[in-house]
Design a protein around this ligand. Structure first.
Ligand code: HXC
Length: 260
């Protein structure tokens, strides 16, 4: 398959893996072929020792305009139930243990917004627009939107977005905590990759433990989460990199992490 036909483009930059959603004519509408390919690319980077962090991005105009409405329009309940729509391929991202950054320019609508929400860090270009407009189709933000959005920005703002299809610009999304940082449009690519490269330079098992711990905060009580975190902290003392990191600090030199 050549680059024009590939629904995702995959490249590496040092220890950073980059996946670019590539259905520009459909504003990167997320069909099964794209979600299968995205999942495959993510799992391949996750399994690759040479990769420490992953960036998912789209075009200057659209991160993704949502699930592919043309594909879905005539599906029946039995079609989606039997094929386990969404769970089957969209949720592959939940299995990725390395940090994943969404670099979002333009539209992040519906499933596009939900995909960004499933990433660990969201870097938004100033032209980014976030919405869950499924209600306009009499549908529902069913790729995690009704669950991750309230956890990210609180019930009041999430209800407003889900029930009224309100569109947030990048500044609002930043203010509400939907995105991690906003950068000028022309800097999105470089800043996102630089952030991923910085992260990928740290000890991979420490990054994985932190990601797992922060995710646990979403899904458990404080007591349970603190208990989980404490075990992760104790486990750091079994890591070569943690000893290297602390000794390097004391010896006033750069650490040499071996990701062990
Ligand atoms: C399929 C889509 C699409 C989508 C855009 N296109 N979004 N095709 N699925 N989600 C197609 C258009 O049909 C059009 O094709 C081309 O991309 C360009 O789009 P335009 O509408 O002409 O562009 P523009 O006027 O700039 O408007 C951009 C837009 C609008 C505001 C993002 O396209 C839009 O509202 N899209 C739908 C957004 C949406 O409802 N998303 C939620 C989907 S449901 P042609 O062939 O005419 O050029 C969802 C549910 C997920 O995500 C949860 C699980 C089900």
């Amino acid at each position: 398959m050549n680059a024009q036909e590939s629904v995702v483009l995959v490249e590496t930059r040092g220890r950073v893996g980059i996946v670019t959603l590539n259905r520009p004519k459909q504003l990167n509408a997320l069909n099964d072929a794209l979600m299968d390919a995205l999942g495959e690319a993510l799992l391949a980077f996750d399994a690759d020792d040479a990769i420490g962090a992953i960036v998912i991005t789209g075009s200057d105009k659209a991160f993704a305009a949502g699930a592919d409405i043309a594909a879905m329009a005539d599906w029946s309940y039995m079609d989606v139930y039997r094929s386990d729509f969404i769970t089957r391929n969209w949720e592959t991202i939940r299995r990725v243990r390395k940090p994943v950054i969404a670099a979002v320019a333009g539209f992040a609508m519906g499933g596009g917004c939900e995909l960004a929400l499933a990433c660990d860090i969201v870097v938004a270009a100033e032209n980014a627009k976030f919405a869950l407009p499924e209600i306009k189709l009499a549908m529902l933000p069913g790729a995690g939107g009704t669950q991750r959005l309230p956890r990210a920005i609180g019930k009041a703002k999430a209800m407003d977005m889900c029930l009224s299809a309100r569109v947030l610009d990048a500044a609002e999304a930043d203010r509400y905590g939907l995105v991690s940082r906003v950068v000028p449009n022309e800097r999105l690519h470089d800043e996102s990759i630089a952030l991923a490269a910085r992260i990928a330079g740290y000890s991979l098992p420490a990054l994985m433990a932190i990601k797992e711990s922060v995710n646990r905060a979403w899904e458990s009580s404080l007591t349970e989460g603190i208990g989980f975190e404490r075990r992760q902290l104790h486990a750091r003392f079994a890591s070569d990199d943690a000893h290297e990191g602390m000794h390097a600090f004391l010896e006033k030199r750069e650490p040499e992490f071996r990701h062990r």
